[in-house]
Design a protein around this ligand. Sequence first.
Ligand code: ATP
Length: 600
Amino acid sequence: MTTTILAVRHLLRLALRSDPARLARAAAMIAAGFLSTPLIALCLKSLTTAAIQHQLGAAVRLALATAALLVFELMMNHFAHLSYFELGDLCEVELQNDLISLTHGAGSLEQLDTPGYADTLALVREELPRTRASLEAVLQTGGLALQMGLTTVLLGALNPWLLLLPLVGAVPVLAGNRAQRLVDRAREEAAPRIRLGRHLLETATTQASVKEIRLSGAEAVLIDRHRSDWAATSRALGRAQGRAALLRAAGQFAFAAAYGGAIYLVVQQALHGGAGLGDVILVIALAAQVSLQVATALGLLTILQDAGHTMRRIRTLRTLAATGTGPASTGTDPGPSDLPVVLTQGIRLEHVSFSYPDSDRRILDDVTLDIPAGTALAVVGENGAGKSTLLKLLCGLYRPTSGRILVDGADLAAATPADWQRRVSTLFQDFARLELRLRDNTGIGDLDRIDDDRALHQALEAAEAGPVLDRVSGGLDGLLGRGYGDGAELSGGQWQKLGLARTLLRRSPLLVALDEPASALDATAEHALFERFADLVADARTETGAVTVLVSHRFSTVRMADLIVVLERGRVSEAGTHAQLAAADGLYAELYRLQAKVYA
Ligand SMILES: Nc1ncnc2c1ncn2[C@@H]1O[C@H](COP(=O)(O)OP(=O)(O)OP(=O)(O)O)[C@@H](O)[C@H]1O
């Protein structure tokens, strides 16, 4: 029941915040519509009595009143629907915005990697489109409560024993409640498998993976896997639904017995002269209404419980996000002022180790590294060595499991991640392909300059993305991608150049983090890009003492760095300049020679 109350409270608060006038109008119309139903039964009783007593004029007036009430009831429901339709959409948008804030509210990304968090997030995302139906259920529950109250008063006035009827009506409600819990539990247990099913469907049908799947002939495997996962899921859900249906049927059977008893009671009363035929008609009509009310209450309860679970999940996400945003366990107060505006000493990693959530595997293992201000650092190593992870830690997207990252001596853990991230300019391997306007795509790198056409053009040019601009009809305001509109289709390298333009748009960063920034570029574009970058790094260096960290497998680029670090299974195995590492004849020298031989 607390889940239901939670849903009612949360949704009403949302609706009140979104449009109080519309909420009041919808509630008044629903209440009027619901209250007219028992009044129709009352009119029928009087109509029957007038007809028996041959009062033709009164009977006609009552028949007209009954018809008018019926029309009024339908009209009220119809007009109320118009009011809460839009209100429901407004509430859904509010909840969607809440969800976006919660996803980004977590200071680090650890929460998003936790399966429990990911499941909750996926469930909430799926459930949000039901917001309108949930709000409708809240309003209808209010109307129904009024209707049940009036019905109870009318029944009690006829015979106090009839007051038991709405009470027995609670039996199927409680049984329905329990049945719903059974189904909910099964659904939550099946959530990871449902997610997997969706992922398989997405993998098998999205443009990016279709090519590979077709060429490898893997569709049969995918279909098999998809089929067996769904079969297991629907078996478990089916079992729970079966048990729930039995429980619901038992509750409804109890009410059916009480309904028969109520009619028998009033018929007996009429036979002994204690009630008229009109009263019998009234009880038949009201008892039927009680039955309908109970069935409606059951349906509404199910919707409200579902909505309550959604609200509870949102609350869980909020709690987790709140625990994620705080500074790490240093106990000190986060102080934006602790972070420098200009780097003078540099960034230091001190015995940094890291494991992803719910895993004991150390991806970084006791890494200690000094990156002096103004340094261009290249990180190399084999696949899975931990290079991207190191970059994510430097960007404050994750916090070290142990050890510290110091920026000019200030512990990153003591600052709010957002504060540090404002001073970081990044481009990751899995860069975002934002199917929005070209302006948004680039401007998101520095939102203050999203409308500054000159700055956007400069960033696009610096990233060698000028030709992209020519391909997009509408220029900066033209749409990219075909996801939901007829936008310009770009190649992988062109998308990557836009990512670079975003990186370059950010002003005065203290850290420029680049994870394979040229992986999708051709050799000429890569060369031009790094020449451009060398200039920019030099500018940033003199301006803010910024550190540039580059992860790359291309040694022709890596060798230009001031400092090169080799990562091996999460540990720093070598560090130095190209000349020093080449002379040391270790892993770096071996990898460099191998690549040079291939290009030769
Ligand atoms: N979100 C995550 N959750 C759990 N494990 C992860 C996650 N991201 C990466 N890993 C694991 O961490 C290890 C290091 O990954 P990382 O991406 O840092 O390697 P990398 O050196 O950048 O590799 P590559 O050269 O292939 O890009 C890998 O074994 C990977 O499976």
